[in-house]
Ligand binder design. Structure first.
Ligand code: CU
Length: 100
């Protein structure tokens, strides 16, 4: 009996994590680094349509970064995948990785 309950709990947890991973993945945007301004904590990214941000067309725009250390992970010309959110201070990159 106890084993069955534990198994059911593990199954529920796994399903929850999978849903979260899929939701996060859906927001990833492909782009290219055009400019980095470490002093201002900003990065200029050229990117394709980002429906999660209400951007239907490809564009080049300036983003703030959540953590200045993110600007050291990439350099101008890098192809990247990133996630961003619309904050009061402007569009902010919350995650950035070099595209594989
Ligand atoms: Cu944009």
């Amino acid at each position: 009996m106890n084993r069955i309950i534990r198994f059911a709990a593990a199954l529920t947890l796994t399903a929850g994590l999978t849903t979260a991973a899929l939701a996060a993945g859906a927001a990833a945007i492909s782009g290219e680094v055009k400019k980095i301004d470490e002093g201002a904590g900003k990065i200029t990214l050229k990117h394709g349509p980002a429906k999660s941000l209400g951007m239907e067309e490809p564009m080049t725009m300036v983003y703030r970064v959540k953590d200045p250390a993110m600007l050291k992970q990439v350099k101008v010309g890098d192809k990247v995948t990133f996630e961003a959110e619309e904050a009061a201070s402007g569009y902010t990159v919350t995650k950035i990785d070099k595209a594989k």
